[in-house]
Design a protein around this ligand. Structure first.
Ligand code: PBG
Length: 331
């Protein structure tokens, strides 16, 4: 029987007819250069150690660090973000290890840099891995983080990280004014080409739970919150305000964190400022997806789907614990 073809005038299905067309007309793509692998490096550890709340992710000892980083480089990943897990006994109220030039993370960074000079190393500026209370800065008498007391410490921390060979300094502490103070310090110490990736819109999120386990700060931090410095999860105008300030203070790249629940924030920032914008698919997002995939609840393809959503929202790169796994699939 002949079908009467008067409707529809526009057939959306025409452009989806085969995989060639679908690939040609893809508006966004995921590539290995979009992916940044965060790694946890543990002081005094030899070999690797599982992180219980992040299945498939290990803490790395210094002895195997360069081999493990080599695997990431071989996958075509251009950048890693390093997080220190320091010896518990060295944690103190002021996070004094953070500003030591020969602390173990500086040591790790210079060793990676020696073996892989082209790999772009991102290092966090914040005191939480170093303090015995788990906060990102120094405390005032009431137990709140004191902004202006913390700034000079962050400044020093940024400089020792730059000296060790860090390419991108990433303040994740959310103190007011830290980008300017760090930029000035980098300039004064001749690190004019060291970038600043500002965790500008960093929300006070429960999705960071597994990370606190990963850097072994969970038991020090307990059930406190970072609500007086990280952003309220309900706010987007405030995120734009934070970004505007960080750009004015000298940030080269801004970041939104967590990722998937904040795609609207990424989009708004990119539309408004058109600056390099990263997203952080954080530990809780990783563990959630990983558990769902491992238990067979969801197909493995949800990982790529989640990463593509960042690209669609406007992110240039994504920090994700899935970086190596997905780079392997893409290669
Ligand atoms: C430290 C920091 C955190 C994360 C990155 N840097 C934890 C926090 O702010 O509590 C979280 C990353 C993740 O959950 O994967 N300031």
């Amino acid at each position: 029987m002949k079908i009467e073809r008067t409707f529809p005038e526009t057939r959306m299905r025409r452009i989806r007819k085969n995989s060639g067309l679908r690939e040609m007309l893809a508006e966004t793509n995921l590539s290995r250069t979009d992916l940044i692998q965060p790694i946890f490096i543990k002081e005094d550890l030899s070999g690797t150690e599982e992180i219980k709340t992040m299945p498939g992710i290990n803490r790395l000892g210094l002895d195997i660090l360069n081999d493990e980083v080599g695997k990431i480089v071989d996958l075509g990943i251009k950048s890693i973000a390093v997080f220190p897990v320091i010896n518990e006994e060295k944690k103190d109220e002021t996070g004094s290890q953070a500003t030591l030039e020969d602390n173990f993370i500086c040591h790790a960074i210079s060793s990676i840099k020696k073996s892989y000079p082209d790999l772009i190393i991102i290092a966090d500026v914040a005191l939480d891995p170093y303090t015995d209370h788990g906060h990102d800065g120094l405390l005032d008498k009431t137990g709140d983080v004191d902004n202006d007391l913390t700034l000079p410490v962050l400044r020093e921390q940024a400089v020792v990280l730059a000296k060790a060979g860090t390419d991108i300094i990433a303040p994740s502490d959310m103190m007011d004014g830290r980008i300017k103070i760090i930029r000035d310090a980098l300039e004064q110490n001749d690190f004019i080409d060291t970038l600043i990736l500002a965790y500008s819109a960093k929300f006070s999120s429960k999705f960071y739970g597994p990370f606190k386990d990963a850097v072994e700060s969970a038991k020090f931090f307990g059930d406190k919150t970072k609500d007086t410095y990280q952003m309220p999860v309900a706010n987007i105008n405030e995120a734009l305000h934070e970004v505007a300030l960080d750009i004015r203070e000298g940030a080269d790249i801004v970041m939104v964190k967590p990722g998937m629940p904040y795609l609207d924030v990424i989009k708004a920032i990119k539309d408004e400022f058109k600056v390099p914008t990263f997203a952080y698919q954080v530990s809780g997002e990783y563990s959630m997806l990983k558990n769902a995939v491992d238990s067979g609840l969801l197909s493995n393809d949800v990982i790529k789907e989640s990463l593509l959503s960042f690209k669609r929202a406007g992110a240039d790169c994504v920090l994700t614990y899935f970086a190596s796994e997905i780079a392997r699939e893409l290669s």
